[in-house]
Design a protein around this ligand. Structure first.
Ligand code: KIV
Ligand code: NA
Length: 265
């Protein structure tokens, strides 16, 4: 199959084809998930937790993400590679541009950043300079100090309305994709219906246009933290790493994952 391009993402949504996304940090896993038909591969700043062993994503640097992005890029031939802008690298447009250029040079085809508000200006600035952007709303792990923990977002009516407004705003600012993390199913479903860009959910229910999981979580590795409700061990079902990736991809495309047990009503 030929490599994914950014304009094809919206077309996939129009065609009703669910997008399959996993996080990845090295070439070996990249090669395996690419061959298993994973569409989008994310070098997430979750690497601070699952690879480096920190208890948040805050210590991750641009150099860390760039190193892992270069490793992953060598393993991909078809999937679109997205790299996270780590904490504070997107604090202002000029810094975000410099960090994004480093990640694109390392092999990324898109960068991801958390939040709306003053980040809308950053999104516009990058997109105007030809850098595709994936937005990330709901539970934004870089906000852990303000939030006081990792909790479901958009639970009450006012918070849900703000989230819907932020989602429309990141699309208007030029984002090509939107990750929704830990959002009640009805809210994520409504947002997905309102936007033309695809939404990719993690703990956001089956109404999103795609799904993402952290690699270590879907392989059943114990993170040392309480396992969130939305995590499923696909290694148990798939029998091998390649089998786990294929089982995840099939379950997402057939609308079997996430089910109600792995979502927030
Ligand atoms: O860093 C990461 O792994 C992420 C995903 C959970 C979406 O941002
Ligand atoms: Na992230």
């Amino acid at each position: 199959a030929k490599p994914w391009t950014v304009p094809e993402l919206r077309q996939a949504k129009r065609d009703g084809n669910k997008l399959v996304m996993l996080t990845c940090y090295d070439a070996g896993f990249a090669r395996t998930m690419d061959a298993a038909g994973v569409d989008l591969v994310l070098v997430g700043d979750s690497l601070g937790m699952v690879v480096q062993g920190h208890d948040s994503t805050l210590p991750v640097s641009v150099d860390d993400i760039a190193y892992h992005t270069a490793c992953v890029a060598r393993g991909l031939s078809r999937a679109l590679l997205i790299a996270d802008l780590p904490f504070a690298a997107d604090a202002d447009p000029a810094r975000a541009l410099e960090a994004s250029v480093a990640l694109l040079r390392a092999g990324a085809g898109m960068v991801k950043l958390e939040g709306a508000g003053h980040k809308l200006e950053v999104i516009r600035y990058l997109v105007e300079r030809e850098i595709p952007v994936c937005a990330h709303l709901g539970l934004t792990p870089q906000s852990v100090l303000r939030l006081g923990g990792y909790k479901v977002q958009g639970r009450d009516e006012a918070a849900a309305a703000r989230l819907r407004e932020d989602a429309r705003a990141v699309e208007a600012a030029g984002a090509s994709l939107l990750v929704l993390e830990c959002v009640p199913t009805p809210v994520a479903t409504a947002i997905s219906g309102e936007l033309e860009i695809p939404t990719v959910g993690i703990g956001a229910g089956p109404g999103c246009d795609g799904q993402v999981l952290v690699l270590h979580d879907m392989l059943g590795l114990n993170s040392g933290h309480r396992r969130p409700r939305f995590v499923k061990d696909f290694l148990a079902e798939g029998g091998s790493v390649a089998g786990a990736c294929a089982a995840f991809a099939d379950a997402v495309r057939e609308g079997r994952f996430p089910d109600a047990d792995h979502s927030y009503a």
